[in-house]
Design a protein around this ligand. Structure first.
Ligand code: ZN
Ligand code: MN
Length: 478
């Protein structure tokens, strides 16, 4: 297999999380609804109706185009893509063709080994979704709920060179879509759909060979699997002296194999022409400015900044920026704490992340606010509580929503920093261990650790260790 490399281009359809559909006021997200309950004359294409463009779709499209470094066309058009299929009641799909909202662009993909790949974008346009068909026995049913749901179609250049890179591209795209708040990007629910074009060529060759198209892959793992299978299959074909033929393949996730759907004839002629029922989309300066005025710092830039500004290792910075809310949480906690950011990161990565996963919450939904977390860290630093109490407190604050100081007080979790209480215990321990005391006085000063341990044990871990050690030294050095 080392004699060939695989060349991959991905075509993604992204379902935008608008409230209503792209050209009518029907509800856009029908995931939990009965078939054909979110439909109207516009999205089912009845005669005599006119589409009206949903402004929010354009705004979300602009955000993605900006994030993908695409040129944003201030004048773009909708076109009709004509084809016949039962789930397309109008007989055409309203899409964008030559003058789409976004032009060009790229996404940089950091690879786990530290390298970075740039995947160029060839197409970025707005369009409406079609319905769904379902076969039951020998009957076919149609659900029009999805007709008119807003999509962005995005097609990459053939810049991807392995199944892993394809998976990383999707991971980073999904992260970006959620970061921008424009799509739930849940592949299982079809919010992010991906088709792959796969071909192979001898290593070093720059020619593009016959490609096949993989469809119906509904998770990132399956995209990786399907591409690996198809790469291996094409190599086997070529090595057996056969030609790769332009097939469309369907991924069967249960059998973990590719199935031939059809051999691809010549490219379908969609007879594109301008949609006569819609005006061109004009983005004037004021509108563009209002869309982009709160454009966020993007994940990779924020990751880089976390490494520089807070001296975090790549590992920490990468996890903290998987999700925008988590990275915001981290920064608020660092600000409230004022100490070493790495300490905040450790608490987040080890304890808070587990809490988020267990409870299926986002960082913003935690009752353990960044301020509370900072308060806990400060109490540990000041010797008011020990480290393990600090960790337990995270959970207790999250469960109760009470301020950490209140819990420490009411449950008596605080360390004893009362000089005389500790002094009494220390005296008792020195009296009971005369041989260790004389060993210490004869120069075995490392015994201070052992004495401190005895004090802590006697006080069930609640003595302020710094203070205990200081009192020990006072009395032993007398
Ligand atoms: Zn409708
Ligand atoms: Mn499309």
């Amino acid at each position: 297999m080392t004699d060939y490399e695989v060349v991959i281009g991905l075509e993604t359809h992204i379902q935008l999380n608008t409230t209503t559909k792209i050209f009518c006021s029907c509800k856009a997200d029908s995931w939990d609804d009965e078939p054909n309950t979110n439909i109207c004359p516009v999205c089912t294409g009845l005669p005599g109706v006119l589409p009206v463009l949903n402004k929010a779709v354009v705004e979300k499209g602009v955000l993605l185009a900006k994030a993908m470094h695409s040129e944003i066309r201030t004048l773009s058009f909708f076109d009709r893509k004509n084809y016949f299929y039962p789930d397309l009641p109008k007989g055409y799909q309203i899409s964008q063709y030559d003058l789409s909202l976004g032009k060009g662009g790229y996404l940089d993909i950091p690879m786990p080994d530290g390298s970075q790949r740039r995947v160029r974008i060839e197409k970025l346009h707005l369009e409406e979704d079609a319905g769904k068909t379902k076969n039951v026995g020998n009957r076919r049913f149609i659900d029009f709920n999805r007709c008119g749901v807003p999509l962005i179609e995005m097609v990459t250049a053939p810049d991807i060179r392995s199944a892993d890179e394809a998976a990383q591209y999707l991971l980073r795209l999904r992260q970006l879509l959620r970061w921008l708040g424009i799509s739930e990007a849940d592949m299982e629910k079809g919010h992010l759909r991906c088709d792959g074009n796969v071909s192979i060529r001898p290593k070093g060759s720059t020619e593009l060979f016959t490609k096949t198209e993989i469809k119906n892959v509904n998770s990132i793992d399956n995209v990786r699997n399907a591409i690996e299978h198809e790469f291996a299959r094409q190599v086997r074909e070529v090595e057996a002296g056969n030609k790769v033929r332009a097939w469309t393949l369907d991924w069967d996730e249960n059998k973990n194999e590719l199935k031939k759907m059809r051999s691809k004839e010549t490219e379908a002629d969609y007879r594109y022409f301008r949609e006569p029922d819609l005006l061109p989309v004009r983005l004037d300066e004021a509108w563009l400015e209002s869309i982009l005025k709160d454009f966020p710092e993007l994940p990779l830039a924020r990751r880089q900044r976390f490494m520089e500004e807070y001296q975090l290792p790549l590992y920490d910075a990468d996890i903290l920026t998987t999700e925008r809310g988590l990275s915001d949480y981290f920064e608020s906690a660092v600000k409230a704490y004022g100490g070493d950011p790495k300490r905040v990161s450790n608490y987040l990565l080890n304890d808070v992340m587990r809490m988020l996963n267990d409870e299926g919450k986002t960082a913003q939904q935690l009752k353990l606010t960044p301020q509370f977390m900072a308060d806990i860290l400060k109490m540990v630093d000041a010797g008011k509580i020990n480290t393990s109490t600090g960790k337990n407190l995270l959970k207790k604050v999250e469960e109760s929503g009470l301020a950490p100081e209140k819990i420490v007080e009411s449950e008596g979790l605080g360390l004893v920093s009362d000089d005389s209480a500790i002094r009494d215990v220390v005296k008792k321990i020195l009296e009971n261990n005369p041989s260790e005391v004389s060993a210490y006085k004869e120069g075995k000063t490392t015994l201070i650790g052992w004495f401190t341990g005895q004090v802590m044990r006697e006080m069930r871990g609640k003595a302020d260790p710094k203070l205990a050690q200081q009192i020990l030294k006072d009395l032993l050095d007398q």
